[in-house]
Design a protein around this ligand. Sequence first.
Ligand code: GLC
Length: 585
Amino acid sequence: MHTSPNPGMFAATETGSYRSTDLSQFTEAANQLLGKMTIEEKVGQMVQVDSAALKDKEDVQRLGLGSVLSGGNSDPDQGSSPKAWRDFVLQFKSQALQTRLKIPLLYGIDAVHGHNNVDGAVIFPHQIGLGASGNPGLVRLAAQITAREMAATGIRWAFSPCVAVPLNPSWGRTYEGYGDQTNLVSQLGQAAVLGLQGESLSPSPLSILACAKHFIGDGGTAQGIDQGDVTLDEAALRALFLPPYKAAIQAGVGSIMVSYNSWQGTKLHCHKHLLTDVLKGELGFLGFLVSDWAAIDQITTDYKKAVELSIMAGLDMVMIPNGPDKPNNYLVFIRHLLDLVRAGMVPESRIDDAVRRILRVKLAMGLFDEDIPDPSLIEFVGCPAHRDAARHCVRQSLVLIKNKDHLLPLSSSLQNIAVVGNAADDLGIQCGGWTMDWQGGHGNIISGGTTLLSALRQKVPHGADIFYSPDASNLGHPDVVVVVLGENPYAEMKGDKQQPALSPEDHEIVSRACQTGSPVVTVLYSGRPLILGQALTQSQAFVAAWLPGTEGLGITDVLFGSHPFTGKLPRHWPEAQESIKKSCS
Ligand code: GLC
């Protein structure tokens, strides 16, 4: 029996006013600290290094680094348990506290659908599924829970929410966006910021710095090419992609990540008009701008010039994944920036602006006080209450595309259910990319999850028989066939695909299911709309489940009718829209 979807431990408010962080209240304290800092200490604060690049953790103390991140594949050497992560992160934090001014470290990670690199964490539906829920209160609750599981590991910066407006489903990051409607993205992105940070950034270990990303236009590139060029004019760029950042800033977002893409041929990472005039000037953003992963390297092959152009455009912190053994590494970056300041190419006032912004956020988060998480928080990671909340998110994310003759909800009198498709018992496909690894994986990739097959086995009507055949062979004549199809996991450019569609193998599975003469319900795990063709025609019922995460029971809750379908398409999907219209006619 699961507890209420909004366990008492959280006070998620569905709507209501909020007080965005007024970071300016920390300006005086930041300036006082700034006045004590050497130029080397200031430049150190502007550097974020990937943990895998820091073979020598002492460099955090030696160089006064402002931040460390764990990129998608940069896990602790002692494994991926919550404790392994906590021990790993605290090593870096302790280094920062041994610096002359003891300026604390900000540790960041891509917790984009739960604390997704930590084994046993609850994995929520990717944002496209939350977009289908259309429920800001639920998005805020999911973010709050993610914050609580992050706090257990001492990581207090999430590179989330992605507030892209993905226009073309060819883009491999379509699932990282809530949908293709700007106002939906604004509303849900704002809810995620409030869920992560709280009503405002605060010294609570549960207040996690959010990072609205990727500014600006990542979802609007020509042909949906990842890191491509946005050709729209400024009016269209503003109308489509700026409102989600305004909403995030209103909610007090403390950091914004700059996008790899370019606009009319100019890389965002060196676009002074958009980064400084628009974001910091017109929108009044008081937090700090962080680059994407080695993104400044794409500005020009002359790394020193890239450093100059990006910092002068308004970048405040630079994400550097290369260690001393590689080019464009963090030692080279620091040397170049110090040379540029000393040569007057980068005025120290620009450095001071960047460091002031970083220090304001660290002060607002209370990092200068105690920043060691209580070990007891680890028991929250993957706890039943968190899983129940994620199960609720899954339920509300499902979209009923087709339901001929009201096949769904499945009858409780069914005696013989066949389940086909390898996605039915593959947690990796069910979770999608950014799960335990940058690209995700296959099989039982994370502890504590429930595949749809195991959920069906738990929820099947009393006495009924579940027969699982991944390739839909030897099905006999079941009462119903549940087909589960899914995209192989991917992330970023690895998922770019023109005309994304079901595979021939998918269609073969559906055809074999139909040859039984039994009714067929198809459940699809996908990060975006796919061309469905015959699979939709041949299925009596069809459910878009997006990338639901670890809580497969949320799907059976709706398949067997204990909860209704409430999800709505969060983006254009012509075939599906047509089918829904027919189903409702
Ligand atoms: C990646 C992504 C960005 C992520 C960053 C750190 O390339 O573009 O979304 O936060 O690098 O992993």
